[in-house]
Design a protein around this ligand. Sequence first.
Ligand code: NAD
Length: 347
Amino acid sequence: DVAHLDGFDHHEQVWLGRDTARGLTAIVSIHTTVLGPALGGTRIWPHISFEAGVIDALRLSRGMTFKSAIAGLPLGGGKAVIIADAKKDKTPAMLEAYAEMLNTLAGQYITAEDVGMTLADADFLAERAANVSGTTKGGSGNPSPFTAQGTFVGLKAALRHRTGSDNLAGIRVAVQGLGSVGWSLCEKLQAEGAVLTVSDLDAARTARAAEKFGATVVSGDAILSADVDIFAPCALGGILSAETIPRLKAKIVAGAANNQLATAEDGMRLIERGILYAPDYVINAGGVINVAAEMAEGGYSVEAVSPRVEKIADTLTAIFQRADREGRTTDAVAEAMAREIVEAARK
Ligand code: NAD
């Protein structure tokens, strides 16, 4: 039933891999290969229906086109969804069957980790298929430090655009989620004198943050209405909505979480409240920039990655300026810029 797919633009290819004996139902969506092979992680998630899995793969692969194009990478957009519960259904046999599927897509699709897939799974797949990135053996490994670095420089670019200075001393920042990215972001913010408010579902993490960073801890969604200058979502998607945006006191939203806007209209809601939003897939591209470095001639070199991640600040500044000039949301401008890059390459 393709009625669900109305509103999705053209995707070059969508592949279904099915092996009932080994428990695999996988969808690989290749949105574009105009700039290079389509890179995007494999998400293992127990979708309630096949259609829901396809729609997730279509949406996520398009997002990867935008993310890589705007980060200036020679990569297209792709994403895979394996419909399964990673805790119960992820077996070596299932991953072996998936590795066979990946081999048939070599040259067009490159995978990496996503929700439900670990570094160990990536290593397992890489022993069986060539088109696996983000592995620990000879690969680029954990992307989170680079995602945090990009988020940090992006947050400062937003502050500079808003206030004319990126001096963080005394600037109040609320960080939601103290995982791999959120924690590392807090370290950088605190080192430059920011005053932190934090939340996490894990009480041990917030207690550590109070001790190490002198952070104020708030629980639940009180982080949304914290009296701060900047809100940095580093946990969940869909956090910016008709319900939450009116509660924000921050004048800047700059964080690493994926898919922060619940709907496209929420970009406009932020403008109406005078809040500057750093589009998520621009500010959190440090991880994919790190993975892309694996494809460089001569192989992965960590030294080459940081300067490229730092450029996220310039990209965001260009987006903020164009959004001001054109009276559009930063999200709409980022998507337009990504599409322009792809179309220029297509021509
Ligand atoms: P993580 O799983 O290491 O950390 C997430 C943290 O958020 C956990 O500590 C969790 O307890 C906390 N959390 C979950 N729900 C919460 C809630 N309602 N309130 C407060 N805290 C909550 O994840 P991560 O790798 O740090 O990634 C964080 C976000 O950034 C995710 O949205 C992820 O998709 C996105 N992202 C991460 C990377 C990367 O390189 N890791 C790259 C791009 C985007």
